[in-house]
Design a protein around this ligand. Sequence first.
Ligand code: ZN
Length: 383
Amino acid sequence: MNASNPLQSETLKLSLQLLRQPSVTPIDHNCQNIMAERLAKHGFEIENMRFEDVDNLWARRGSEGPLFCFAGHTDVVPTGNLEAWGSDPFQPEIRDGKLYGRGSADMKTALAAMVVATERFVSKYPNHKGSIAYLITSDEEGPSINGTVKVIETLEARQEKITWCLVGEPSSTTHLGDIVKNGRRGSLNANLTIKGKQGHVAYPHLAINPIHIASKAIAELCDTVWDHGNEYFPATTFQISNINSGTGATNVVPGTLNTLFNFRYSTEVTAEELKARTLEILDRHGLDYDIEWTLSGLPFLTPVGELVNAAKHAIEKVTGRETQLSTSGGTSDGRFIAPTGAQVLELGVLNATIHQINEHVNVDDLEPLAEIYEEILVQLLAN
Ligand code: ZN
């Protein structure tokens, strides 16, 4: 690319086309067709997998293993207050070297870079090793029920196995490629109700104050060291997000206390262990309670191997940067792909403005991202 004229960038052109589609989750708004049409011209077989209100794309070039898969999503989060945007979120605009638009960072520019990288790679290596695939959904930002999960179920049922999966989520922090995510922590939620007995504050012997009896157990939960993490994961964390109790009156002992809390956990513990240890603490404090658990993501980890090494080399070759492995951040669809045995890595643009008003990316990062993706294909599939 001519750095002085980013408008010549193929990746930018396709990004603009995708960003003009108002694909607020779970609406794909033709984005997958735009990608599929280009891939079909380069020998990909296209399968549209629609489940209920969610469009999914499975595209594959080649029938042999190993199978390299680009994964991502075309849906975006809602715009929020339109007045607060400097330009229409679905009329992408470049100002001061930055491309503004909803989905510019999360993650339409990565989708564009994948397609451009693939086109260039298959033109240079038409008889490459193995196969290349795309697993693209439009419900990553929503409930994540009819997207990647269902596509993976379909692939598993016909024993189609992904060897290496590159998810285009925005992983970078300060510079393109400074961070890649080779795993994610697990996420476990609890809804806990502690039962007391309502009464008059002047007659506490006739009441049981759930705030008083819960406070020591809650303090112990907050102080507990759940594990120390490991080489890849920080220590497991416990965070209370809500506590509610009380009638609003100053003279009433409330009858119940409700609290919501979350564990972000490493591979050093399991969800079952966290549940058991929590219950042990509650029981030891003699509490009467109801608790409901929701597991919103299992932890996964791709240790250093072919995919991690290919990404490291590619990033260094294109940017001169040494990348760092990280498992921080929220959950992603990688959690549904990793359990099949695939190596999964997330690598994309800077994530500083994702889900925000005036979401944007550096225009100068787009072509290098396509070059990194292409170089990863070269490392793994060139012959
Ligand atoms: Zn995303």
